[in-house]
Ligand binder design. Structure first.
Ligand code: SF4
Length: 240
């Protein structure tokens, strides 16, 4: 019997979330290699002073894990929802900078969603150049030490292909949004979301078609960013 449209969608969605996990795994392995260099993360938490913008697929992934974590614990889930709603009170946050006065809604003496943190939290400082507030060591030239080579380009292409494919499956969700809004969209009902929208600033509800990336392919960085580290594993090529 041919597969129904609904069964196809469900199967394809699960496939895409598995691919997202695989990309997170790749990034984590690269992050571990980077952390073993003198230029690794110093765990200052400074980079978590951010109001992330994420593709809706990554928001849904966070929401799926949050729902699984708090299954049978409505009070625990409500506390997460309230923290996310509180993120929409950050008056200084701007869409262009992604930074305001608040820490990330998931930061509480460290990342509370570390095993399923988004791609940018794994890529920052590793394949994405750091900002001035990151205290990690720089090269003698003053530039960041990030991995810039064709393997990282392929790894990021694989991640973006997965986001693209999710966008094709769900064109109405093919947007980059303010992370708390995106995650709340999967945690609360439409009426609660509507009331939140009515009482908060429009800036939090902006969206950008597709994904926004801070990763620049290595060929744009040949002159300034270096690595001699060979990854101790093979990064698969991007799926079709
Ligand atoms: S998701 Fe976790 S690692 Fe990423 S900014 Fe938020 S607290 Fe930091």
């Amino acid at each position: 019997m041919p597969e129904s449209r609904q069964a196809f969608l469900a199967r394809r969605r699960e496939e895409l979330f598995r691919l997202l996990e695989a990309s997170y795994g790749d990034l984590t392995e690269v992050q571990d290699v980077h952390n073993a260099t003198p230029y690794g993360c110093q765990r200052s938490g400074h980079c978590c002073k951010v109001g992330l913008q994420l593709h809706v697929m990554e928001c849904e992934n966070v929401a799926r894990h949050v729902l699984a974590t708090y299954e049978g614990d409505p009070d625990g889930l409500e506390a997460v929802v309230e923290r996310l709603e509180h993120a929409l009170e950050d008056e200084s946050w701007t869409w262009d900078e992604s930074v305001g006065d608040h820490m990330c809604a998931f930061f509480e003496d460290g990342c509370t969603i570390y095993p399923f943190r988004p791609a940018i939290c794994r890529a920052y400082g590793v394949v994405v150049e750091v900002d001035e507030w990151c205290p990690r060591n720089r090269l003698q030239s003053g530039e960041a030490f990030v991995f810039a080579q064709k393997e990282t380009d392929r790894m990021m292409a694989r991640l973006y292909r997965t986001l693209d494919n999710y966008g094709r499956l769900h064109p109405k969700r093919d947007y980059t949004v303010y992370m708390p809004v995106g995650v709340l969209g999967f945690l609360v009902d439409a009426e609660r979301l509507r009331r939140l929208k009515a009482r908060t600033d429009k800036k939090f509800w902006r969206r950008h078609k597709g994904y926004r990336t801070q990763h620049e392919p290595s060929y744009r960085h040949k002159s300034s960013l270096r690595t001699n580290v060979k990854f101790p594993f093979a990064i698969p090529s991007a799926p079709r």
